[in-house]
Write a protein that binds this ligand. Sequence first.
Ligand code: SF4
Length: 372
Amino acid sequence: MATLNELLDNFHEIACSPKKQLNAYVEQGKKVVACVPVYTPEELIHSMGFVPMGAWGADIELKESKKYFPAFICSIMQSILELGIKGEYKGISAIVIPSLCDSLKCLGQNWKYAVKDIPFIPMTYPQNRKPESGKKFTKASYERVIKDLEAATGEKFSEASLARSNEIYNEHNGAMRKLAEVLEQHPSITAVQRRDIFKSAYFMRKEEHTELANQLMEVLSQTEEKEGKIKVITTGILADSEGLLKIFDEHGIQIAADDVAHESRQYRTDVNLELEPLEGLADKFSRMDHCSVLYDPEKKRAGYIVDLAKKYKAKGVVVLLTKFCDPEEFDYVMIKKACDGAGIPIIQMEVDRQMVNYEQAGTMMEAFKDML
Ligand code: SF4
């Protein structure tokens, strides 16, 4: 069995080398489909024999994408387009872009003109996802994605294959939920290592990632934990920047649990395997909650974060607010109010894929630590 360090190195290597992963799958004769955040029906893409690969942008300098986007749009969008224009997605068979926020809607339209050799497939989600009409709308949009994927690649969809993929994804969700609990018991796992574990899932087939997650849990179950750190909850779209995450470690702060779209938000809801496979997938989306891009007039996410902090006895909440992300900015007001009401210290840090200087973030974290 691999050692803890070997496993952590492996997660790190995969998380930091999406291009290598892409090339390896293409060399094996597999077709890869890029999946843009926040929720793309990966199960469906997986069921058609593709490797779904997460496309959440990268910490790179933006040049070409500026010709297509105004400066005040989130850097996740901008960097996805930049990578596309620079040929970093070469080898990918198609890109699926959901319509969950206004920026994402512009990305699809710009992609068509800027990256002509990779077909853009839109995934249109309903605003009201919970009523029967919403579920029907989601299902019809999935059918449109299937048709477009079939036309772009020649591959065929089957319900039987989707049933199997739904199972594989449920297993992976379960493993990731369990692993998050295990990591909470292991403060010696750094914030960067925790990020690697979550991030690597986007660049592997989920059955392979489940295997790695299970191995890690096995090894951690035999690892004695001596360290104790100050626990916090993170929330936001992305907690990817190594420079920023190192600040948590430098200050002896552990991410006990997260409400981050790129991390745990992906794994909260399973497909009901009792339903017809495609209906089950639409039903899964209808039951997803507590996310800035999922319509909720009651904004239950704020209470969810407070409950998360209480459950894990976290001393505070760190809001990693993606710059120019309207959905997250709107939610912040409610989250702050709820945390203040519950007496939980909260700090907001603006994050961006172009961040190079972390001094200000370090000072903020130091001041926050003193409050905890
Ligand atoms: S970070 Fe915010 S603005 Fe950017 S794509 Fe995600 S939800 Fe939309």
